[in-house]
Design a protein around this ligand. Structure first.
Ligand code: FES
Length: 249
């Protein structure tokens, strides 16, 4: 469903990372964590391609939702200049999100711009009574965001590759030291992180491969992936969330 949404607020929360709150009726159709929206940045032909951006937070009471994105190309840089009161053309919600399973204790692992959809996921799991532990990985302190928000939902650890914040190293360095018993893991982040997690975690889990998406709309074929069955699928239309082992990473 295409909609013009009102921008309620926008702020920079880390290096090149922006958080935008949008308001509109379309929020009522957003239910599953891990889904994404399609943003059309401009009416000019210059940035006509839509950008897939994950949904970080849904607030049904106020008909608002939050997206967090990295401003790195011309389109998203233009988007980062939008202000309260401007509007944005959004197609939403798209993709298949994370199944919510009623477990006792789950591990949630995010890397970089893969972190945002896990916040809404953790909120919904906490509402179900599921205990969540979070491990968030970034390159450096300047890239860290949402650490405090995740802390309000459960134990939260941060790893940075250069050691400038939290544990020096990768999310797997933190996970190796955790003593808890987990029933399941949920992850979103770079493909290499998902691959290592899938191969080393002695746990079932769900991974989101949203980083691999281009158009996000089934037309560019940038997201085609091989499945463990040996056929090929488009992540944007059949994912981005899959059960561990379903996709060849
Ligand atoms: Fe373009 Fe899937 S991202 S076809």
């Amino acid at each position: 469903m295409k909609n013009l949404m009102n921008i309620k607020s926008q702020k920079q929360i880390a290096d090149h990372i922006y958080e935008m709150v949008l308001e509109g009726d379309i929020t009522s159709s957003m239910k599953t964590p891990g889904q994404f929206v399609h943003v059309r940045v401009s009416d000019s032909t210059e940035h006509v391609l839509r950008r897939p951006i994950s949904i970080a937070d849904i607030n049904h009471e106020q008909s608002q939702f939050t997206i967090v994105y990295r401003a790195e190309g011309a389109g998203t840089r233009k988007m980062s200049a939008l202000r309260t009161g401007d509007s944005l053309d959004i197609l939403s919600p798209l993709g298949n999100g994370y199944p919510l399973e009623k477990n006792e204790h789950v591990l949630i692992v995010g890397g970089g711009i893969g972190v945002p959809p896990l916040y809404e996921l953790s909120k919904q799991l906490n509402r179900l009574g599921v205990k969540t532990t979070h491990v968030l990985g970034f390159n450096s302190k300047k890239d860290v965001f949402y650490e405090e928000k995740f802390r309000t939902l459960g134990e939260t650890h941060v790893a940075t590759a250069d050691g400038s914040c939290g544990t020096e190293g990768f999310v797997t360095d933190v996970i190796g030291d955790l003593k808890d018993d987990f029933d399941l893991f949920y992850a979103c982040g770079p493909k290499v992180m998902l691959k290592v997690l899938s191969e080393t975690m002695d746990l079932d889990g769900y991974i989101s491969l949203e980083e691999r998406m281009g158009c996000g709309f089934g037309v560019c074929y940038a997201c085609v992936c091989e499945t463990a069955r040996g056929d090929y699928i488009k992540l944007c239309t059949e994912g981005p969330v899959f059960r561990k082992g379903e996709i060849v990473l």
